[in-house]
Design a protein around this ligand. Structure first.
Ligand code: SF4
Length: 342
């Protein structure tokens, strides 16, 4: 156990965790909502420090991040725990279905070992992913600091519910983030465990202002967030920040506690794509379907990046992320010299 760095001590041996917007008040010998941050005699501990479950080489496109270091691979790390309780979670075996004993059984991997492992395997960066990285923020930040020294990139795949204080601390080590914007206020309240959508939106704005490369993902769940008004609300919010910000619409597959909900129809995804384009977004992609994968220059229409599965071809992109044909700045971050490929 490692003492947490995001919390306040309260009277009568209570503590308040300040890592995410739940701001859990935690009694002695209890854990917060995420079940991986525990109050022991008035001190808050992270139960998952040094406890990554994975060291998985993933294409950056899998996160998904399409405009950040295209074609590179990262080392994905993750612990147990999450601050949301979505009934459609793809990773519920590690986000929800675990005990303290399961955490204790995980072999320790230090931030130094993660960075060494990343370099040894020729990977370009580290992704903090699979569950919400805010719940292991101390472990993540210590790893991110070391990664930066080694010129590795850091990316978060996040639900965006970290506190403003947490963003303030992590943003300087964070290169990119894919943030889920799952739906409207009703969707978040009903399906994610009484979450305030406005605070998710605020995180997206804040990360963008702090110059973190941000892409947004909206998983379309039939019957819950698939009507045109809900989709328009997501797209217009993204467009209000920057019309060049990437928006991914992802196809839902029945999972976990939502086995009776159907797969998102292709027609719904295509409609979402059109709505987002009508809102003026330049870059809209579809996920979990083999279409709307390529990047086109919004100015001259050239095919800039072609994607087929995780095979990525940079056809007309210069080293500064501009269209080779017309010079338009697509805002795509490109690594100048790649490490050895895996
Ligand atoms: S990180 Fe966990 S303990 Fe802390 S406020 Fe969020 S849910 Fe609560």
């Amino acid at each position: 156990m490692k003492e947490a760095r995001f919390y306040k001590k309260l009277p009568q041996a209570f503590v308040q965790c300040t890592a995410c917007n739940r701001f859990c008040r935690i009694a002695n010998n209890s854990t917060g909502f995420c079940r991986v941050r525990k109050n022991v005699n008035g001190t808050l501990y992270s139960l998952v420090y040094n406890k990554t479950l994975t060291l998985t080489a993933d294409p950056i496109e899998k996160k998904p991040l399409f405009h950040f270091m295209p074609g590179t691979y990262c080392n994905s790390i993750s612990t147990y725990g999450c601050n949301f309780s979505c009934p459609f979670c793809q990773n519920h075996d590690i986000s929800q279905d675990f005990t303290e004993k399961d955490i204790e059984a995980v072999q320790e991997t230090t931030p130094e070992q993660i960075v060494e492992n990343t370099i040894e395997r020729g990977l370009e960066g580290i992704a903090y992913t699979y569950v919400e990285p805010t719940v292991f923020i101390e472990y993540a930040i210590d790893t991110m600091k070391l990664a930066k020294k080694e010129k590795l990139y850091n990316v978060w795949v996040s639900n965006g519910y970290m506190s403003e204080q947490a963003i303030g601390k992590l943003a300087k080590y964070l290169d990119a983030a894919n943030i889920d914007l799952k739906g409207d206020a009703k969707f978040y309240k009903k399906l994610c465990g009484n979450v305030n959508v406005e605070l998710v939106k605020k995180s997206i704005q804040l990360l963008y202002k702090k110059r973190v490369h941000v892409e947004v993902t909206n998983l379309i769940v039939p019957g819950y967030n698939d009507n045109a008004d809900q989709i328009r609300e997501v797209a217009s919010f993204v467009a209000s920040i920057d019309k060049g910000m990437v928006l991914h619409f992802s196809r839902f597959f029945p999972h976990y506690k939502m086995l009776d909900t159907p797969v998102t129809p292709l027609t719904t995804l295509r409609q979402a794509y059109s709505i987002a384009k009508q809102q003026g977004l330049h870059h809209v992609y579809l996920g979990n379907v083999p279409e709307a994968q390529n990047t086109y220059c919004p100015k001259c229409g050239s095919l800039v990046i072609e994607r087929e599965g995780y095979t990525v071809m940079l056809l007309a992109l210069d080293k500064r992320g501009r269209c080779k044909h017309c010079g338009y700045d697509l805002g795509i971050k490109v690594r100048e010299s790649q490490r050895t490929s895996i």
